[in-house]
Design a protein around this ligand. Sequence first.
Ligand code: HEC
Length: 229
Amino acid sequence: MFNWLEKNPFFFTVVFLVVFSIAGLVEILPDFAKTSRPIEGLKPYSILEVAGRQVYIKEGCYNCHSQLVRPFKAETDRYGEYSKSGEYAYDRPFLWGSKRIGPDLHRVGDYRSSDWHSNHMWEPTSVVPESIMPNYKHNFTKNSDFETAYAEAYTNKALFGVPYDEGENAVKLGTLEEARAEFMKEAGVIVEEMKNQDIKDAFDRGEVKEIVALIAYMNSLSQARRSAE
Ligand code: HEC
């Protein structure tokens, strides 16, 4: 039926371009819709959470975990509310991932606790006997990197307009000293929840281990924590 088209390079090119521009528009247009703006009440990551996000990227967790709950019943039953585009507005880079060797993590903060993560990251099989996830014991000894996290948050504010320090319930960036005090305060809460004596002792010496930041980031992957007022 379309033999004549294949034999006519000029018309073939024209039809090809028309069909592909329609497909292109379908992909691009949603980006201009209101839904791709930050969803109501979306909070930027705190410095501790940014530090944890950096650990997540460094360790390559996205190779096995996605962060995108699709709008299918099987997924919303397992993970919770499906992901909205406006929830990623402050994510740089995006960590959607493309593989699910492990479960999706976009709502993990809604159903796992700091203590659970602590045990799981130290030795996954201690809480999920059949787990094939590697352990992350080295994150319990390495210190988290406050300065780099502060620099990243600062850059996101200055270059990309991520709204730190804005409004009443704002996530504060402040000066380096103020940010460090807030970082330690938030870390103290996670350390308390983790119930791990070595992490507590290190914290008493003024050290915040990578695992503490990573757990703060895991907890922030929660519909309630990131977008509620
Ligand atoms: C080699 C693949 C692999 C890598 C890399 C990996 N995971 Fe996993 N992860 C899994 C698998 C498989 C499971 C399911 C079994 C389990 O719960 O341990 C899992 C489970 C989890 C869970 C529990 C989720 C739930 O809903 O119960 C969390 C949280 C998690 N991983 C976090 C991480 C973090 C953080 C990193 C990076 C530091 C990471 N994972 C790296 C494979 C991986």
